[in-house]
Design a protein around this ligand. Structure first.
Ligand code: C2E
Ligand code: CA
Ligand code: CA
Ligand code: CA
Length: 278
C-alpha cells in the first residue's frame, strides 16, 4: 500500500507539472499572439424574426494559430482570464470591433450596433469608461453603435455593478446581459441595473420544443423584458420550430445557427449587402 501510495503521488506530481507547463506554454503563446496580431474577429448576425433583417452583430474572437489553425475561444479565453491577459486581448477586440463597424458604416451599410463581450476583469478595471471612450474617439464610432455584453456574475456586487454600468451609460453605449438565466440574478435588482437588453442563454432555447419547463422559462423571461422595457434576444436558435415558438411568444430578435453561425468578415459583408441573414 505504501508503494502504491508513492506511485500515485509521483503520477499526480508529474501530471501537475505537465499541466502547469502546458499552461505556461499557452500563456506565452497568447502573449506572442497579441504581438503578432494572430487574433481575428468573426461576426454572428442578430436578426429581427419578422423581417429576417440583420439588426446587429456579435463580435467573437478567434485565434489564427500558425500551426494549429483556427482556435476557438473556449480553448484560450479561460486561461486569458486567469492570467490577466484578457485585459489587453479584450482591448484589442474592442478596438477591432469598433473600427470594423465604423468601416462598414463608411462603406454605406446600414448602421447597426456591434456587440462585444466584456470579461469580468475588464468590467472591474479601473477607468474602464476612459478606455472605452478613448477607443470610440480613435475609431470615430458613434457610441450608440457599440453594445457591451456582460454576464450575470458581474452584477453580484450590486453597488459596484450599478456604478460601473452608470458610467458606461454616460458614454452612450448599450449594455446587455449575456447568458441570461444561467447565473444568480435577483429580479429585484434587475430593474435597478441601467441595462438595455437580455440575451436568453442557449441552454434554455435548446430544449423549448421538448421541455415544457424550458418553454415556460423562456416565455416568462420574454414577458418580463416587455414589462421592464428591456430588449430581448434569444441565443442558439437552430430550428424553425424554435423560431416559431419565440415569435409567438413575442421575442423579436434571435441569434443562432438557423440564420448563420459566426462568420469571417467577407461572409458577413455579403449578408449585409443582401440586408438579410443567410
Ligand atoms: P457567448 O458570448 O455566449 O457567444 C455565443 C457562442 O455561441 C459563440 O461561440 C457562438 O458560436 C455560439 N453559437 C451561436 N449560435 C449558436 C447555435 O445556434 N448553436 C450553438 N450550439 N452555438 C451557437 P464561440 O464563438 O465559440 O464563443 C464562445 C464563448 O467565448 C463566448 O460565448 C464568450 O463567452 C467567449 N468569447 C468569445 N469572444 C470573446 C471575446 O472577444 N472576449 C471575451 N471576454 N469572451 C469571448
Ligand atoms: Ca456573448
Ligand atoms: Ca451568450
Ligand atoms: Ca457563454
Amino acid at each position: 500500500a505504501k508503494e502504491k501510495g508513492r506511485n500515485d503521488y509521483q503520477i499526480f506530481n508529474t501530471d501537475m507539472k505537465s499541466v502547469s507547463i502546458n499552461r505556461l506554454r499557452l500563456e506565452n503563446e497568447l502573449r506572442r499572439a497579441l504581438v503578432n496580431e494572430e487574433f481575428e474577429l468573426f461576426y454572428q448576425p442578430q436578426v429581427d424574426i419578422g423581417s429576417a433583417r440583420i439588426v446587429g452583430v456579435e463580435a467573437l474572437i478567434r485565434w489564427r494559430h500558425p500551426e494549429k489553425g483556427l482556435v476557438m475561444p473556449n480553448y484560450f479565453i479561460p486561461l486569458a482570464e486567469e492570467s490577466g491577459l484578457i485585459v489587453p486581448i479584450g482591448e484589442w477586440v474592442l478596438r477591432a470591433a469598433c473600427k470594423q463597424n465604423k468601416a462598414w458604416q463608411s462603406e454605406g451599410h446600414p448602421a447597426i450596433p456591434i456587440s462585444v463581450n466584456l470579461s469580468v476583469r475588464q468590467f472591474f478595471q479601473h477607468n474602464l469608461k476612459g478606455k472605452i471612450s478613448h477607443v470610440l474617439e480613435q475609431t470615430g464610432l458613434d457610441p450608440q453603435y457599440l453594445e457591451l455584453e456582460i454576464t450575470e456574475s458581474m452584477t453580484m456586487d450590486v453597488d459596484h455593478a450599478i456604478q460601473s454600468l452608470l458610467e458606461l451609460k454616460e458614454l452612450g453605449v448599450n449594455v446587455s446581459i449575456d447568458d441570461f438565466g444561467t447565473g444568480y440574478s435577483s429580479l429585484y435588482y434587475l430593474k435597478k441595473f441601467p441595462i438595455d437588453k437580455l440575451k436568453i442563454d442557449r441552454s434554455f432555447v435548446r430544449d423549448i420544443m421538448v421541455d415544457p419547463n424550458d418553454a415556460a422559462i423562456v416565455a416568462t423571461i420574454i414577458a418580463m423584458t416587455h414589462h421592464l422595457n428591456l430588449k430581448v434576444i434569444a441565443e442558439g436558435v437552430e430550428t424553425e420550430d424554435q423560431l416559431q415558438f419565440l415569435f409567438q411568444n413575442r421575442c423579436n430578435e434571435v441569434q443562432g445557427y438557423w440564420f448563420s453561425p459566426p462568420v469571417a468578415k467577407d461572409d458577413l459583408e455579403h449578408m449585409l449587402r443582401n440586408g438579410i441573414a443567410a
